[in-house]
Design a protein around this ligand. Structure first.
Ligand SMILES: [Ca+2]
Length: 326
């Protein structure tokens, strides 16, 4: 197979991201995965504000020497036009990357919004682009607003988000990415696109241990070396919040769903998101097995896939391999 043909067979990926220590890990794994081709990064608030997310995305691409990949800056506000109040500096550091104070990137974001970039790529490669959404879903919801045909033109949207039948991680009801913009999440979950949601019910099984971290540290992989610099903060947070000496690989797990879907099993049904009250950000999955006597807010909504089980060890192994052989 020629180079052009190999390139053609690779799955085209856009990563929507709020880097973020585990975002950095997911981006590096993506850049070192021969099964996929990263055609762009779009940025969003979440772990940090959008401006810093853009700066970190550009920085990570420079670390990887992949400045050829465009970065499109996303929304600074939620669908309700408010600035997110909760920034996860206590999880990722105030710079989003373990408080390492890296020098500012030389590159700049392209002169196009994240939503416009998503729509353009979906039109350019209909049915071929997978969006891996690693932050709140505002940019994807804006792309749907911009072009109502976007859900039919995008290949798949893999969502890192939701807490299906388990507690959230912002509060008992809500997972952080969905909580970041519940209105956007409800738009995306009901838009009719091919959607796979990877929630914390699954990602909490995918744990990088201290022994794994030592292996990364002792490898010569440049991505492994970089991550060991920033990951200490993330370990400290997990120890404090969960009394565990490992870290959850949320974002890499979702990314791997795009690289190797056979690592997951999923169930299909309709997902709606609570947008108000004490359960704002709650994701509720209807497996559509029961025909309710009355019409519900789930009735006649498009089905999505929700990850139920995961081969956690295979995922950790794959993440390690991609980081160490870099
Ligand atoms: Ca993220």
């Amino acid at each position: 197979m020629g180079d052009a043909e190999t390139q053609k067979k690779k799955k085209k990926i856009i990563i929507d991201t709020d880097p973020g220590i585990d975002d950095a890990m997911a981006i590096f794994v993506a850049l070192n995965s021969p099964e996929i081709e990263v055609i762009g990064l779009t940025t969003i608030y979440g772990n940090v504000y959008t401006t810093l997310a853009t700066r970190n995305a550009l920085h990570l691409l420079e670390v990887a020497e992949r400045n050829d990949i465009p970065v499109a800056e996303g929304s600074h506000v939620t669908m309700m036009k408010v600035t997110k109040l909760r920034i996860a500096s206590f999880v990722h550091g105030s710079d989003g990357l373990g408080n390492q104070n890296f020098p500012p990137p030389k590159g700049k974001a392209i002169d196009q919004s994240a939503a416009a970039f998503l729509v353009e790529k979906a039109n350019q490669y209909p049915g071929e682009v997978t969006v891996v959404a690693l932050g709140p879903l505002t940019n994807i919801a804006l792309a749907i607003e911009l072009d109502p045909a976007f859900p039919k033109k995008i290949g798949q949207i893999v969502i890192l988000g939701g807490a299906f039948s388990v507690n959230g991680n912002v509060n008992p009801a809500a997972e952080a990415n969905i909580f970041g913009d519940p209105e956007a999440a409800d738009i995306v979950f009901t838009c009719g696109a091919d959607i796979l949601a990877v929630g914390i019910n699954v990602t909490h099984q995918v744990i990088l241990t201290e022994a794994d971290r030592d292996k990364l540290q002792n490898s010569n992989g440049r991505f492994a070396q970089y991550l060991c610099k920033i990951i200490g903060f993330y370990f400290s947070y997990h120890e404090e919040a969960y009394c565990t000496k490992g870290v959850y690989l949320h974002d890499p797990a979702a990314l791997l769903a795009a690289v190797n879907p056979s690592l997951f099993t999923y169930s299909e049904g309709v997902v709606r998101v609570q947008t108000c009250g004490i359960m704002r950000g709650l994701t509720i999955f209807d497996n559509t097995k029961k025909r309710y006597a009355e019409v519900t807010e789930w009735t006649n909504k498009p089905m999505v896939k929700v990850a139920v089980t995961v081969d956690a060890q295979a995922m950790v192994d794959l993440v390690m391999e991609r980081l160490m052989n870099s």
